[in-house]
Each structure stands twice: as structure tokens, then as C-alpha cells.
Design a protein around this ligand. Structure first.
Ligand SMILES: *Cc1c(COP(=O)(O)O)cnc(C)c1O
Length: 399
């Protein structure tokens, strides 16, 4: 991660196909396209890659989460359970539907604690959204069991986890719906883009219509299509889809590189007894997009993060009070700063955020350092990095 590190001829060729006929829109203009349907092709490619019956491309990962929830009927006043550790987009996407994000603790998988989920379920809970953060996953069997028992949806925000698997199945394809992002810093990028995947035909049809103003996409005359329900515009463009098409074909190559680099760094750090690693559930295989380590406590983790920085080890973060990935930095959401009025129901539904404490999440995020695994490092650079990391950690532990 990120895929842009390895842009080349394949991406250029795909984009040129689109520019040669000038049809930048994914729907219509059949006569002008010279047979190029990049968005359609990318959807088919993703159906195979993600072993999912249906894929709907959209304009971003944030849009994917909103569209997925909307497609399954989640809306005003419904509660959606999500983890305290995620990119802020997961929260925003729920809010956009007038639904209520219910934040619960994470565990050592760095995503939803099944126990915390179970405790948070109310009659208003419509969905549980697990966020497969940093290339790994939650305990999917436990989460699925809870959702089945309470008859609620399981949605996967797999925006950071393309290429990871659980019991041999691609992450994103396990829940009722899965969401992906292809923004500029993700493993597969197309600039801006996202995807909703599902095996449920009805959810797919809803996502297809909803993401294009409610168009039913029947027939080849766009002007004559009917609109069974209200929709918006979350379409992806052909130019973006073209870049994504080149990138997705390279996914196995990218995952191999990530795994190789990750393994070198992990083996080096494993020599230090005080360093432990995020738990990958049994049957899980990471995408190796990040290496997540734990130090003994917050203070040590902050010092190590600083020592990494001063020793030239970039792209490593302690998210506790830094960046946009943990609720400590979400004061604008806790204070409900909005440009426009928010419904009383949502306001009341979010009151808990002002006072609720998350000791388990603080415990894990406080001790964690997340290190991005890059695709463009040479082998020598990875070994040099491993040495620098080991030295930095040992120096902090000894002082
Ligand atoms: C990137 C990301 C998103 C949002 O994707 P965009 O394409 O940037 O809108 C949502 N959730 C997670 C976990 C992400 O990392």
C-alpha cells in the first residue's frame, strides 16, 4: 500500500483507451465507446477477485459505506454499531443516512470486540459494521453469530483490507455487504473510487439504482429509463475505473510484495520480547498492508513513535491522540459541529459520546504503532529499515 507507488504502462494504456473515444461516463453513449466499458469490466474483475456475486462501483469508499447501508434499508434513527478505531469516514457515512453511529470498544484484533458489540445491541440496532483496519480483521465467526442471533446485518468496511482473507474467503465478502475504497493511498488505487460487494441480488440492485439517481438501468436508452426510487449520484467515472482496472490485475503482485516486506520487519522486531503484535483471528490471513505492533504502555509507544521519526523511519503512527483514525481526535463529531441542523433523534442518539469512556480501546490504541508497508522499497531498504526500527525500540526500552 499504496498502489500509486507502482503506476506504469498498464495504467497508462487503460486510461488511453478511454481518452481515445472520450466517453468519460460509465453509462450510455454506446455508439461512441468502441466497446470500452471500463467500470463494467472492473466490476467483473472484482467479482472474481473478491469471490462475490455482485459488485457496484461507486465514487469513493465513504460513498460505498453509505450506499451499502442504504441498499439494505438502513436509515433515519437506525443504530449502526462500529468500532472506535477507524478512519472518520465510517462515522460520516452512517450520519449521512440520518442513522446513528454507536461506537464500541475494540480488542487486540484492533477492531470490534464481539463482547462489546453484544452489549451495545438495542431494539434499534440495524447493522454491525466491522472495520477491517490496517489489512487485518475482526473475529468474523463471533460477529456473524451475534448478528444471526439478533437478526441484524453484518457489514464489512474493508477499505484497508483488500487482499486479506478469513477461512479462505476474501475480506469484504463475508458479511451481508462489503465496502472498499480505491482512494489515492489504498492498496489498489484509482484516484477516487469505491465498491460495494454482496451476494444478495436485491441489495445489489438497490445499490445500482441508488448510486445513479434511482435509474433502473434497463434498456439502452438512458432517457427512457424509469426511476423506482430516490437516488443520488455516487457514480465512478470511466477514467477512474480504467486506472482501477490496471491496478486490480496487479493485486496478487502487490500482496506478495507487502507480505515479503512485512515479514522482514516483523521477524526483526520479534527478537525484542517487549514487542508484541496485533492478533489475527484463527483462519485469518492479513493483506500485510500494515505492520501493527504493541509496546508495553502508552508512554513507551509515544517515545518509540518519536524515535522512529528522528531515525528516518517514516509512515509509522501511534493513533492515540494523532491523526483521524481514533475517537480521541473526533471532537467535531462529539460536539456535533454540522453545517446544517441535525435531527433531534440523531442528536439524542449521540449524547452518549460526550461522556462514554473506552478503556479497552485506549489500552490497545495507546500501545499500538501502525507502520505502513510500502510497495516501492528495495530489499536493502527494508533491511535497513528493520535495523533502524530495532535500534530505536531497544534504545527507548533501555532508557
Ligand atoms: C479510506 C477509508 C474509507 C473511505 O474511503 P474514501 O475512498 O477515502 O472515501 C473508509 N473507511 C476506511 C477504514 C478507510 O480506510
Amino acid at each position: 500500500m499504496p498502489g500509486f507507488e507502482l503506476f506504469g504502462d498498464l495504467e497508462r494504456q487503460q486510461v488511453n483507451d478511454v481518452l481515445d473515444n472520450g466517453v468519460l461516463m460509465r453509462y450510455g453513449f454506446d455508439g461512441m465507446r468502441n466497446g470500452h466499458w471500463k467500470a463494467k469490466e472492473l466490476e467483473i474483475e472484482l467479482e472474481n477477485t473478491l469471490q462475490s456475486k455482485h459488485v457496484q462501483l461507486v465514487s469513493s469508499g465513504t460513498a460505498a459505506v453509505s450506499v451499502a447501508l442504504a441498499a439494505a434499508g438502513v436509515g433515519a434513527g437506525d443504530e449502526v454499531i462500529m468500532p472506535t478505531f477507524t478512519f472518520v469516514a465510517s462515522f460520516e457515512a452512517i450520519m449521512m443516512l440520518g442513522a446513528i453511529p454507536i461506537l464500541v470498544d475494540i480488542d487486540d484484533t484492533l477492531t470490534l470486540s464481539p463482547k462489546a458489540v453484544e452489549n451495545a445491541i438495542t431494539p434499534k440496532t440495524k447493522a454491525v459494521m466491522v472495520v477491517q483496519m490496517c489489512g487485518s480483521m475482526g473475529n468474523m465467526d463471533a460477529l456473524q453469530t451475534i448478528c444471526n442471533k439478533h437478526n441484524i446485518l453484518l457489514v464489512e468496511d474493508a477499505c484497508q483490507a483488500i487482499g486479506g482473507t478469513y477461512n479462505g474467503r476474501p475480506l469484504g465478502s463475508i458479511g451481508d455487504l462489503g465496502c472498499f475504497s480505491f482512494d489515492f493511498v489504498k492498496t489498489i488505487t484509482c484516484g477516487e473510487g469505491g465498491a460495494v460487494i454482496t451476494n444478495n441480488k436485491e441489495y445489489y440492485t438497490n445499490a445500482d439504482h441508488y448510486s445513479d439517481h434511482g435509474h433502473d438501468h434497463v434498456g439502452s436508452d438512458r432517457g427512457a429509463e424509469t426511476h423506482p426510487f430516490l437516488g443520488y449520484n455516487f457514480r465512478i467515472s470511466e477514467l477512474h475505473a480504467a486506472v482501477g482496472l490496471a491496478q486490480v490485475k496487479r493485486l496478487p503482485e502487490f500482496i506478495d510484495i507487502q507480505k515479503k516486506n512485512y515479514t522482514i520487519l516483523r521477524e526483526a522486531l520479534s527478537q525484542i520480547p517487549e514487542v508484541t503484535f496485533r492478533k489475527v483471528p484463527d483462519g485469518g490471513e492479513e493483506s500485510y498492508a500494515f505492520l501493527n505492533l504493541f509496546l508495553p504502555d502508552l508512554d513507551t509507544a509515544l517515545k518509540v513513535a518519536e524515535a522512529f521519526k528522528t531515525n528516518g523511519v517514516d509512515a509509522c503512527w501511534n493513533y492515540y491522540s494523532n491523526n483521524w483514525h481514533y475517537l480521541n481526535k473526533w471532537d467535531h463529531l462529539k460536539d456535533l459541529k454540522s453545517l446544517f441542523p441535525i435531527s433531534t433523534e440523531v442528536k439524542e442518539g449521540l449524547e452518549y459520546l460526550k461522556t462514554k469512556e473506552y478503556p479497552e480501546s485506549d489500552h490497545y490504541i495507546g500501545r499500538n504503532i501502525s507502520c505502513l508497508i510500502k510497495l516501492s522499497w528495495t530489499e536493502a531498504e527494508v533491511y535497513e529499515r528493520a535495523n533502524k526500527m530495532v535500534t530505536a525500540v531497544k534504545t527507548v526500552l533501555e532508557t
